[in-house]
Design a protein around this ligand. Sequence first.
Ligand SMILES: C=C(O[C@H]1C=CC=C(C(=O)O)[C@@H]1O)C(=O)O
Length: 449
Amino acid sequence: MTTLRSVTVPVGERSATIGLLEYLVLDEQLCWIRRQEGLVGFGEAARFTSSGPERFALAQQWWRAALAGADVENPLTQPGTGLVAFGSFAFSKRSPFESRLVIPEIVVGLRDGEAWVTYTTSDPEAEVTAETAVDTLARYLDDLPLYRQSDPADRILPGMLSESEWKNAVARSVAHIAAGDLSKIVLARDIAVELGSPLVASQVLRELAVRYRDCWTYSVDGLIGSTPEMLIRVESGTAEARVLAGTLDRATAPDDEPDYAKRVLAGSAKQQHEHQIAIDSLTRALEPFTSSMTSHSEPFVLELPNVWHLASDVRAELAADETGAVPTPLTLIEALHPTAAVCGFPTSVAGELISELEHMDRGPYAGPVGWMDGAGNGEWGIALRGAVVETPTEVRLYAGCGIVAGSNPAAELEETWSKFRPMLEALGLDRPRAVPRRPSEFASAPAAS
Ligand SMILES: C=C(O[C@H]1C=CC=C(C(=O)O)[C@@H]1O)C(=O)O
């Protein structure tokens, strides 16, 4: 690959209220934002794509080569400074979706109020100076952010399965579980949104970042969303994960019972069982890479604007090899993906059943999405509560539910609507009262990416 040259420049303090939001102005932007801090990327200095079972290993090789040949000037030590790649990986090794890493031309970073800009180029003639970094950023910010109003023609269409077909798939999953074939499967479905005027992705991202402050708002090549689930975060040799499984819709909660989530969610044996399978799968896969690991003995209730989840935070010290190196974020995501929060248990049985029952390609949905730097730091979430922008006026949304013994198809269907809600609201839409169900409309829905 061509040699990359980059320079990182500190640019002072930024208010915590607005943070990176003022940099979300373009549709093809890369972003990773939580509590208004994180990273925003513009343009492209280099790109890797791949599909199939080797996608993580090939990405690792490419990233190593990019770093080895790079000329990096970085006076800072914070994670996210120096050379940075954003990425998104297909859920399935059989997916035609191209997993990708993108090294942006410009990254704006913000952490603990301190901001920086990194400029990266593959052009051997380009000047790589603090001035070029600041001027290039200014050019990207030339246009005012667009604003889109809901259009009367905006509408929600069914996805690959109708609601009743999807409920049948849930019932068949429950039957497989009762027969002892597996203990959990995460079954997902899609819906399509057709817009009367072109989407303004930056507006959707700004709305998600403001409303879902405690989630990680992401954007990589048309994959946009705000995920509450951290697959793995690596910083200075320490790894952290946030495992979620077990959901309760807040829209149907009574106003007068403050402990409702605790009673109904944390007090449910079924939800605890579903959660336990997810946390066990994560810790089992992470353990070989660690020298010590801690997690809460009991899950806590995570409150989001749309739902409550049962959540467990895991923290581990990564074990160094004989050269003193700890595993890279890409090594870890390859080992951890897919966890039982998005696939099931046993993984291979659940994976087969997912391809048989869902009738769609998940593409990047439920795959790892995030970023990493040259120092071995990175944050990779699971691409949930999101959508794929298929054309400027067509967006496909995905949501899934953990199915265990005793799961009820109608309740699981309702749960998918609660998980579509963040993206639907950010798009200015509401759940339809009556979803069109004519077969001709299914046929006209665009295929999943
Ligand atoms: C698969 C999804 O959520 C997972 C993460 C949290 C809770 C889940 C659940 O309770 O079923 C799912 O395992 C999704 O949002 O599409």
